[in-house]
Write a protein that binds this ligand. Structure first.
Ligand code: CA
Length: 447
């Protein structure tokens, strides 16, 4: 399964002083990310947005086929760079065995060239996209709700014109776009933005379509941004994956909120981590787990600020497809390369040991111990999380192993980063495992 990286954060080109060269910046990092064990990059939207109040992150598409090639909306390049630089990035990623995921903003558009009257309701709206420089996927009033084909769909994003996928022209153009992104540009999968805004049949159609890559049939990866509670997300997953031979994942927002509490709320009970009000517990093979993303900022809800490695230790040892956030990895320095204390060590744990189902061996308010049972070439692990700041905390637990030594392979503490001792699981399966104050230890069985 691997580990995904979200290769951007809000306003990243400006904050990191990489305006119009973000693609080059990612390229610089690709070899080291590959070496650490990152296996996929989720890129920000690649198309040209209208850049209405300055450069845009792209969540308001104007010209889907201008990837930084045409002089319009303020520049040839997008805020992230030129089409050429994007193509170079994708090529380099592939040479390093990294998949590249495109951010599909299919619910709405922005920055139309002219206002026009909607012939269904007689109201004037910005819906005429007729000066698009790529000269592909022109749009007019009947491409948006209310259209002659549908009055409205599941939702709109603010007052941005809401694409009417029921218009056969729009549908055909979106399928063509997906095909172009995979077959011409080189993308390996899609992250679907704001899926609450439209019906699942469109995603199903994109996922089920047959693509060709290097002369072979190819199935793209998919993950949807359904920002809601676990029951809504699981309902959506069941819908989008019903009768779908290329099923997709969903981001585990409910888990993210629990991890936020784990890190930032004093007195959070670790028993909450066993709750089934998360996606990864109920649909482990369709959950993308994450700690923060580009939308967690200021008014939308703050980032996790305290002891964030506790959250990373959780997603990189448990089920689900973990996604590491660029800002945490680079800007907040949580990679901790060359040490057992950061994201790098946890990615290695994920890749080398974290396989099989999870057995919870101990849980109380401040101590959580589980084992991954192992699967194929991954032998499993024991994970201990200690929520108290009052010293080391551990317990004797009954594991699935016998007569085997365990070594700490990743650990961190807000207070004490001394190396945890090796532990021995005895003939009766019992062993004593512990973690440092406000910290975690991952133990791996020694062959
Ligand atoms: Ca919509």
């Amino acid at each position: 399964m691997g580990v995904m990286m979200q290769a951007f954060y809000w306003d990243c080109p400006k904050v990191d002083n990489k305006e119009f060269v973000w693609w080059d910046y990612i390229q610089e990092k690709i070899p080291s990310l590959a070496e650490v064990g990152i296996s996929a990059l989720w890129l920000p939207p690649v198309h040209k947005p209208p850049n209405i109040n300055g450069p845009s992150m792209g969540y308001d598409p104007y010209d889907y086929y201008d990837l930084g090639e045409f002089e319009q909306k303020g520049s040839v390049k997008t805020w992230f760079g030129s089409k050429q630089a994007l193509l170079k990035l994708i090529e380099l990623a592939h040479r390093n065995n990294l998949a590249v995921i495109a951010d599909m903003v299919l619910n709405h558009n922005n920055g139309a060239d002219e206002q026009e009257v909607n012939q269904r309701d007689g109201k004037s709206r910005w819906t005429l996209f007729n000066k698009i420089k790529s000269e592909k996927f022109f749009r007019s009033w009947d491409c948006f709700h209310p259209s002659p084909f549908k009055e409205k769909d599941e939702g709109a994003f603010g007052d941005m014109p809401d694409l009417s996928h029921s218009n056969p022209y729009v549908y055909a153009e979106i399928i063509k776009l997906a095909k172009w992104l995979v077959e011409e540009i080189g993308f390996d999968g899609f992250r679907y933005d704001f899926v609450k805004g439209y019906n699942t049949w469109l995603i199903k159609a994109i996922q089920k379509k047959e693509y060709t890559k290097n002369g072979q049939l190819f199935k793209p990866y998919g993950v949807g941004e359904n920002w809601s509670g676990d029951s809504q997300i699981e309902y959506w997953l069941n819908q989008v994956n019903e009768d779908n031979d290329n099923p997709i994942d969903a981001f585990d927002f409910p888990l993210r909120y629990k991890l936020k509490e784990l890190c930032d709320t004093f007195g959070f009970s670790l028993r909450e981590l066993l709750s089934h009000e998360t996606v990864f517990k109920d649909q482990p093979f369709n959950a993308v787990t994450f700690v923060d993303n580009h939308d967690f900022r200021e008014r939308e809800g703050p980032e996790i600020v305290q002891d964030k490695l506790l959250a990373y230790s959780f997603i990189l040892t448990h089920e689900g497809y973990p996604c590491v956030y660029w800002k945490d990895y680079y800007n907040y320095g949580l990679a901790q390369a060359g040490t057992p204390h950061g994201i790098n060590a946890l990615i290695k744990v994920h890749e080398d040991f974290a396989g099989g189902s999870t057995n919870n061996l101990w849980v109380d308010d401040n101590l959580y111990i589980m084992e991954r049972t192992g699967w194929e070439d991954k032998p499993g692990l024991i994970f201990v999380l200690n929520n108290t700041g009052d010293g080391w905390n551990g317990a004797w637990v009954s594991t699935q192993w016998q007569n085997i030594e365990f070594k700490p392979v990743a650990w961190w503490s807000a207070q004490d980063n001394s190396t945890p001792a090796n532990q021995f699981v005895h003939g009766d399966g019992r062993g004593n495992f512990s973690a440092p104050p406000r910290g975690y230890t991952v133990y791996a069985p020694q062959a």
